[in-house]
Design a protein around this ligand. Structure first.
Ligand SMILES: Nc1ncnc2c1ncn2[C@@H]1O[C@H](COP(=O)(O)OP(=O)(O)OP(=O)(O)O)[C@@H](O)[C@H]1O
Ligand SMILES: [Mg+2]
Length: 226
């Protein structure tokens, strides 16, 4: 298929989301518009509870918005997609670093990282050791996640998110649990991926990390502000 390079990686218009629990509805996102170009590195900042993770979960097709005019991700309109379609798009086009890492505790570091490749039926043999090496994790490949430090687990989560070379990388505070040395290491990895053309949307609270982005968006109470 011909590459449509002008088409944004993300095109979201008039996005609303509300959570309903115990009969109470809490509106969280209030008509967001967001466009991200292919190859762009965008950072989203904002106070706790303003809706950043909710937005990222919608972009990552893990949460269906209450309503929106348009949620195009990697060239596909995802509104109205069924579960199978959303799962396929997530598997084929998206990489996600969760605010809580969500590593599988019972399998090794190497198998955690290989998971997205296995889900696609792709070989993991050459790719995973090289990536673990690049992430400074080669010595830990056979360990279980709980045997690693928090900083090391964060890097495993990042390795898993990028191993299958997703079109779009979504990262929810990928340095939130790290000291400044480890945070710099993760950011250097992200900057390297960005230099290779990776599209990245990252949430962070850290102003110093945000300077590496092409664009910083500020969110407050479910809206982007200037
Ligand atoms: N699964 C859920 N069910 C109900 N309410 C939720 C759920 N997830 C988040 N919320 C509420 O939605 C609002 C936004 O939450 P969200 O997790 O998107 O914020 P955030 O900007 O990522 O915050 P933080 O910086 O602390 O991670 C909060 O008021 C939160 O209580
Ligand atoms: Mg959050």
């Amino acid at each position: 298929m011909k590459a449509m390079t002008d088409e944004p990686m993300i095109d979201v218009r008039d996005l609303h989301h509300a959570y309903t629990h115990g009969g109470v509805t809490e509106p969280v996102l209030h008509g967001l518009d967001l466009r991200v170009r292919r190859g762009e590195f965008v950072v989203i900042m904002g106070p706790s509870g303003c809706g950043k993770t909710t937005l990222l979960n919608i972009l990552g097709l893990m949460l269906a918005p209450t309503r929106a005019a348009c949620v195009r991700i990697a060239g596909r309109e995802t509104l109205g997609c069924g579960d199978a379609e959303r799962t396929r798009l997530r598997r084929d086009a998206l990489g996600f670093v969760f605010q809580r890492f969500n590593l599988l505790p019972t399998i090794s570091v190497a198998r955690n990282v290989a998971l997205p490749l296995r889900l696609r039926g792709a070989a993991a043999d050459g790719v995973v050791p090289a990536l673990l090496e690049r992430m400074g994790l080669a010595a830990h490949a056979a360990k279980k996640p709980r045997q690693l430090s928090v900083g090391q687990q964060q890097r495993v989560a990042l390795a898993r998110a990028v191993v299958a070379r997703p079109a779009l990388l979504l990262a929810d505070e990928p340095t939130g649990n790290l000291d400044s040395t480890n945070a710099d290491a993760v950011l250097t990895l992200l900057a390297g991926l960005h230099a290779d053309g990776q599209t990245i949307v990252m949430i962070t609270h850290n102003e110093q990390l945000a300077v590496r982005a092409d664009r910083v968006l500020h969110m407050r109470d479910g809206r982007f502000v200037d």
